[in-house]
Design a protein around this ligand. Structure first.
Ligand code: 5GP
Ligand code: MN
Length: 350
């Protein structure tokens, strides 16, 4: 028996060809990623960015707003343009672009205030994403929700076009970071054997995966570490019958621990460590809205829950949404929601 299986062609050949032709024929490329970009959004975007730069293409990378400190080690992160900091300059860049990539998001709304620039642009548009329901503004759609990260799709896009040899260590590091963060360090959504084949191919580029893990996960500030302890001990409610746990933080709580953007990233995963908890929610009060994050185990559809109650979406086991009202209202709306899903939640564990 032959244990070595080559990587399968996940992306359809036509799309691979089309994207590489568009790249070839473009003079100015703009890569965009979603609001509050996470490790996958940045890893996939920066991986593609460095690859295109190595091919001497003119390329820029723009995100709607800032990103967390534990992703700033990635090469090129200081070259990322942040729309919010200079919307006027962003307009000019969109006007001078003939190819736009939408990375790790499905529809323009996910780039917030930047959306109108994307929608009205005459540039060719390519979507590379793994969320459900891709938008209809794209010339090429590479959308595979069963693939665990967009970074993996960027790798496949290059690999399938026979460009593996042209991937350098910097590109490999960014792609690895995205694959790692969207699977919680390969602890969920990560049973596809091909993921490990890709990791092996990335390791051959000289990346230090243990160092990348530490840079992302063992990089907490003291304030953030104490905030985590406080949240779990003082701001958690468990609903044992519904196999659900909720954590929340008010603006006041965040102020007390000198909250910075990204400080609560990953908090929502912790309640899943409790035996028999399969649904975890994190509700964080923000200046103008209340932000919600959901995680689940097994088959509880957090994305359906997010869409139904909080105008949100995402993946089956990881999603988010928004609420316009007070923190208390958001909590009671959430409790009402899990009440309506009681049967489903109870049936997740028999
Ligand atoms: P997180 O909880 O890490 O902020 O988000 C997890 C996933 O949920 C993201 O990858 C994204 O797909 C999705 N998500 C988070 N917030 C929203 C939202 O407000 N709207 C939609 N449609 N998806 C969201
Ligand atoms: Mn992603």
């Amino acid at each position: 028996m032959n244990y070595f299986e080559p990587l399968s062609d996940v992306i359809d050949d036509r799309s691979v060809r089309q994207v590489h032709e568009l790249i070839e024929n473009s003079r100015q490329i703009l890569i965009t990623a979603h609001l509050s970009p996470d490790g996958d959004a940045l890893g996939a975007s920066l991986g593609l960015y460095h690859f295109l730069k190595s091919k001497k293409k003119n390329v820029k990378l723009m995100v709607p707003n800032s990103f967390p400190y534990f992703l700033k080690w990635m090469a090129g992160s200081d070259e990322i343009l942040v729309y919010e900091y200079n919307p006027k300059a962003a307009r000019v860049i969109f006007d001078h672009t003939d190819l736009i990539f939408s990375i790790d998001y499905n529809i323009p709304k996910r780039v917030g205030n930047m959306a109108f620039l994307l929608e009205k642009s005459d540039a060719k548009k390519v979507l590379i994403d793994h969320h459900l329901f891709p938008g209809d503004i794209y010339d090429v759609v590479i959308s595979y929700p069963r693939i665990s990260s967009t970074s993996e799709l960027v790798f496949r896009l290059l690999y399938q076009a026979d460009k593996y040899e042209e991937i350098d260590k910097t590109v490999a590091e960014c792609i690895y970071c995205g694959m790692m963060t969207d699977t919680g360090g390969f602890t969920f959504n990560s049973n596809n054997p091909e993921i490990y084949l890709i990791i092996s191919l990335l390791l051959r580029k000289g990346i230090d995966k243990d160092r990348i893990y530490s840079l992302v996960y063992n990089n907490l500030t003291e304030d953030r570490f104490r905030l985590l302890g406080f949240t779990l001990s003082q701001r958690m409610k468990v609903y044992p019958d519904l196999h659900t746990a909720l954590i929340w933080l008010s603006l006041e709580d965040q102020k007390q621990f000198s909250y910075n953007k990204g400080d609560t990233e990953g908090f929502v995963n912790y309640p899943l460590s409790i035996k028999n908890i399969i649904f975890s929610a994190f509700i964080r009060e923000d200046e103008e809205l209340v932000k919600l994050s959901f995680r689940s185990q097994n088959t509880f559809p957090t994305n359906e829950f997010a869409a139904r109650f909080f105008d949100g979406g995402g993946h089956l086991n990881a999603s988010g949404g928004e609420f316009y009202g007070t923190l208390e209202e958001a909590v009671s709306f959430f409790e009402n929601g899990i009440g309506l899903y009681a049967e489903k939640l109870k049936n997740e564990i028999n």
